[in-house]
Design a protein around this ligand. Structure first.
Ligand SMILES: Nc1ncnc2c1ncn2[C@@H]1O[C@H](COP(=O)(O)OP(=O)(O)OP(=O)(O)O)[C@@H](O)[C@H]1O
Length: 350
């Protein structure tokens, strides 16, 4: 049993020794083969690169001279390597066999120039594994907010016509339309964009049921327009922020002009009432200019309500289209229907 074990041990040692010698031989062979391969590759590459090099280049021709002297040595080595490689069996191991890696050795007769031709390469570029799970997030453009100010009346009229007989809940329709519009354009609606737009959304421009329609139509020459715009009206921005004027009011038309101002008939979206809004066309860059405008407003506010004085409601400064993006003082006043009536009568008599 022991003897048998001893023999087995001896046999094992012998086998190990044989394996070791074979392995060391193989490694030496491999080293030699790898060296030869690298020489071969270097020889091929230097040959190809110099064949494709433009001859007019002085610097590279000098460099070629240097390499030519080396290449004679290389050729000698290559000759012996070739003769080794050609004799009988394939007595070499490729690096890819050794390292179990794919073949990165440049194949023979490879046309380097066609390899560099990008137009011929139709293989799809693999996606980065890092980016596989990333979701593209685009900033939604605020196109619907940046519409031309002058277009607002036109587009609003069309919308109003479409929706005049619509009894569906107004907020819901507005939200749905906004979402659909955005999805159509970008294919993706970010929650942040929706939240931002909802916050900036003006209240629906609804007809005020408490305003006496009949008496108003009798005195208001633009009454028919008012009932038309008593619905959803698009909002647009001016300058780089949301305009309070455009957010809170729907402009119907210009009703007057002063020396430094323009007056518009507007419908307030929130309360559905008509107002006269006066925009200063003066460029108010300076504090002193703004203070002057404020004094005018304060005087009007101090007068209080009187039948011969238009009632004052509110005023603010904002970047306005009418002042070419300079600060403009805007004052919302009671719309003087008598004034409008007189005006329209004058126009008719002319
Ligand atoms: N509340 C209003 N209701 C109806 N129309 C108005 C109202 N306010 C002004 N208008 C019209 O606008 C025109 C110009 O307004 P306003 O009288 O304020 O100009 P102004 O004082 O001459 O101008 P500025 O302050 O630039 O000198 C008026 O003549 C009038 O037709």
């Amino acid at each position: 049993m022991f003897e048998k074990n001893g023999r087995t041990l001896l046999a094992k040692r012998k086998t190990q020794g044989t394996i070791k010698t074979r392995a060391s031989k193989k490694i030496r062979k491999m080293e030699g083969t790898l060296e030869r391969h690298s020489l071969l590759q270097f020889g091929q590459l230097s040959k190809i690169s110099f064949e494709n090099r433009p001859s007019s280049n002085v610097a590279s021709s000098a460099f070629q001279g240097l390499l030519d002297s080396d290449s004679s040595e290389l050729r000698n080595q290559l000759g012996s390597a070739d003769s080794d490689a050609n004799c009988g069996e394939k007595d070499f191991i490729l690096s890819q066999d050794f390292f179990c890696t794919p073949d990165y050795i440049t194949p023979d007769n490879q046309n380097l120039m066609s390899g560099l031709d990008i137009s011929k390469d139709h293989s799809p570029c693999p996606r980065s594994p890092v980016k596989l799970n990333t979701v593209k997030s685009k900033r939604c453009r605020q196109e619907s907010f940046t519409g031309n100010h002058s277009n607002s009346t036109w587009s609003s009229k069309h919308r109003v016509d479409e929706q005049e007989n619509d009894d569906i809940d107004t907020d819901e329709v507005m939200g749905d339309k906004l979402q659909a519009n955005q999805t159509e354009r970008t294919g993706y609606v970010s929650q942040a964009a929706v939240a931002l737009r909802c916050r900036a959304m003006p209240p629906p421009c609804l007809k005020n049921p408490y305003v006496l329609n009949q008496s108003e139509t009798a005195t208001d020459p633009f009454g028919h327009q008012r009932s038309k715009c008593a619905s959803f009206l698009p909002v647009s921005t001016s300058g780089d922020g949301l305009s309070r004027y455009l957010t809170d009011f729907h402009e119907i038309q210009q009703i007057g002009a002063g020396h430094f101002s323009r007056v518009f008939k507007v419908l307030k979206r929130m309360d559905g009432c008509l107002y006269a809004v006066k925009h200063s066309t003066r460029k108010l860059y300076l504090d002193s200019e703004r203070r002057k405008a404020m004094m005018e407003v304060q005087a009007l506010a101090a007068l209080g309500f009187h039948e011969n004085i238009v009632g004052y409601y509110s005023s603010w400064f904002e970047m306005s289209n009418y002042t070419f993006n300079w600060n403009s003082a805007i004052t919302a006043c009671q719309l003087c229907l008598r004034n409008l009536l007189l005006k329209s009568q004058k126009e008719r008599s002319w």
